[in-house]
Unconditional design. Sequence first.
Length: 158
Amino acid sequence: MKTKHRIAIGVTFAASIMMSAPANAGLYGDDLARCLVKSATSEQKTILVKWIFTVVTLHPAIKSLTSVTDEQRSHLNKDAAMVFQTLLTETCKTETEAALKYEGGPAIEQGFSVLGQIAARDLMSDPEVTKGMEEFSKYLDESKFQELSKAAGQQAEQ
């Protein structure tokens, strides 16, 4: 398999797991993850989060909730590809080479998983997003959670 193809598969897979828990990586994967997080600009992180969003909106269960056009998706595909390429082949080239040499594609997956989590955390810290997320709590029955905590032997949070 060609290196470009292996990296493309790894990057695609990494995108699908960006929001999951990081895999156990070795020293070189950790170095790559640190470089990606340290080096990615706010703009690059935003591009990655937007790209993930547009890809997820292709799922039939979500598609009707959005109006992402093919042109917008194409533009974000291009922008995200440039972010991945720049980070891997320029900004964090030394770390990428070492990670590929000693740990293979999973190190890239892990590195972008960590970067995706950081980018999502930044996005979720926006006051409007936080407010929107908190709104759902008005539909929760607090007594059910107090019962659950009591049954588990935990002190219910006040």
